[in-house]
Write a protein that binds this ligand. Sequence first.
Ligand code: ZN
Length: 504
Amino acid sequence: MESEPQELQELKRRLGEIRDLHRAAAVLSWDQQTYMPPGGAAARAEQLATLHRTAHTWFTSDEIGQLLEALRAPAAEWDYDSDEASLVRVTLRDYEKARRIPPALIAELARVSTLAYEAWVKAKATADFALFLPHLEKIVDLNIQIAEALGYQERLYDALLDQYEPEMKTAQVAALFEQLKAELVPIVKNIASQANPDGDAILRRPMDVQKQWDFGLSVLRDMGFDFNRGRQDKSVHPFTTSFSINDVRLTTRLDPNYFPTALFGTIHEGGHGLYEQGLSPTLERTGLDDGASLGIHESQSRLWENLIGRSRAFWTYYFPRLQQAFPEQMGDVELETFYQAINAVKPSFIRVEADEVTYNLHIMLRFELENDMLERRIPLRDLPEAWNAKMEAYLGIVPPNDALGVLQDVHWSGGMLGYFPTYSLGNLYSVQFFEKAKRDINGLLDQIAAGDFSELLKWLRQNIHQHGRKYTPAELVLKVTGKELAATDYIGYIKQKFGELYSL
Ligand code: ZN
């Protein structure tokens, strides 16, 4: 392109302002979860609603549509990989989707979700599913209406999944999950029969929270997180958000009696943060300055948390440092004992506490139930029983109550169906990426064992981070690894790592 068409300049100007609104909303919701006093909640909810509504109105305006229409034909001639062609291509897709959902439906889902969240908090506290049931009925109804408005070819679920994982299809997820299930269920059964109930007792030794915080920061610094362009704070539920490529916020939580909460949480969010800091500066304020999808974002956090943070190589370097920081708690522990403890596998009720082997089975159960709910194969009042039956089949355990079962996750109360699969997709992407990185970088594991992550971070930035939302997840995976997403690498990884740990 010799000179930028005037329509492109105007489109960028408008998208920049819309992005400013989203980033400002991110500041408000970061503050809400970190420092805001409880009294601020009602005003904050209004402020956030106004910003989101305004951003949506501006984005779905006829003017944006006209600019995109004017650019559609010329952009098809531009280099597919260029920022400009990608901006038009991705924004067209976003625009067409956003225009299909009636604003009244979005407002109704927001209203219903606020009430549903309150009901869910009470229902979970008292393990009483009946309190949540009428709200869930409405949320399922509204999601069906949204899916119909968005449109789909094969499965209703496709339309909802697409909001979180662009272009991913339900049939593809189902096929990947069937392969995982066939391999993982027998492994879990085998491990459960030999699990040591005290396997992680050494991790429950009390540790000073300030020292935990400092240790986490030192790991973040080594990973390459730039504290000139980001910071870490505390929150009840850890998360990562970003106000700019040059201002990325992480949060963590500290448990004085279980230090893996903070440490692995910090490494996990650090992986998300490195992705945000690694986006190309040329994408700032375009709307492409974000991860390719939730699954790809999660691949970055899981890669650092599990493939690196729970590896022998990583602890070869860090275990002596952990012993130095916590001589009373760790001085008498062998590296191998520690490695086994942080990789202990045990079927458990709660997804967010699940280990690497059982985690995906928790997701599969939710994916199957969501499809059953949306395609009306199961009356919602029967959901707790259906949940428990699947827990029994996949993990061999039955939750004693619904707080430890069907009521444990916040997602449905927030109106989100179709979100869960992105966690497992993140696991699959992470291993497929990491296998490629190991082939591309000579001696990568030796570098990690020396506490040197610089070549890995460079590889991640070049191959994944810098592209932001320019490519769909499928395009990105093919571009980076030379093949489509498959379960093979992941299954191989699990069998190798846990086969050795548990002599399977
Ligand atoms: Zn995450």
